[in-house]
Write a protein of this length. Structure first.
Length: 176
């Protein structure tokens, strides 16, 4: 099996590596701006970051919840306007991206990045400590959600999604 050289990183793989490195370097941060990901990619691989399409991959091609145009990657999750984090299983995914890559293949990465794949699978995607094994996240019942359907305007629903995305689940239930 041939291991990829640094020059042969695919654009999507560079986006994933840059985002993973940001998560590792800033474990206290939940997400990163597009500019931060672009900057980290340029720091890691200046030639690769200069290729066309890097910005589009961060904005669309790698975002799990967006309708795919050409690429079907699920490497990033949109957490707010211009904000991204690495995808985790269970994140919202557009139906046409269900088989998209969530991380690079080991053989497509230079050996110096292999530790990121292990970190991603064993630490980043590990179930949160606040949830016991087999315990589901608590939330509204199906009955409550059904009663709410039709009562929110599209604009209010979009605003609710934006607030939840930006707050990463830190919404105070008493505010609603």
């Amino acid at each position: 099996m041939k291991i990829a050289s640094e020059r042969s990183l695919k654009v999507a793989d560079l986006v994933w590596v840059a985002t993973a490195l940001l998560h590792r370097e800033h474990p206290d941060r939940a997400d990163f701006s597009k500019a931060e990901i672009l900057g980290r990619a340029a720091q890691e691989d200046p030639d690769g970051a200069a290729r066309p399409g890097l910005s589009t991959h961060i904005s669309a091609h790698c975002v799990a919840s967006k309708k795919p145009d050409s690429a079907k990657h699920r490497m990033l999750t949109r957490t707010g306007t211009g904000r991204r984090r690495l995808f985790r299983r269970g994140d919202r995914t557009h139906e046409k991206r269900s088989s998209g890559n969530i991380m690079p293949r080991k053989e497509d990465l230079p050996e110096k990045y292999h530790y990121l794949l292990d970190w991603y699978e064993n630490e980043y995607c590990r179930p949160r400590e606040s949830m016991r094994a087999g315990e589901l996240a608590r939330g509204a019942t199906a009955e409550t959600l059904m009663r709410m359907m039709g009562r929110l305007s599209r604009e209010d629903a979009d605003e609710l999604i934006r607030i939840i995305d930006e707050s990463c689940g830190r919404v105070d239930a008493n505010e609603w």
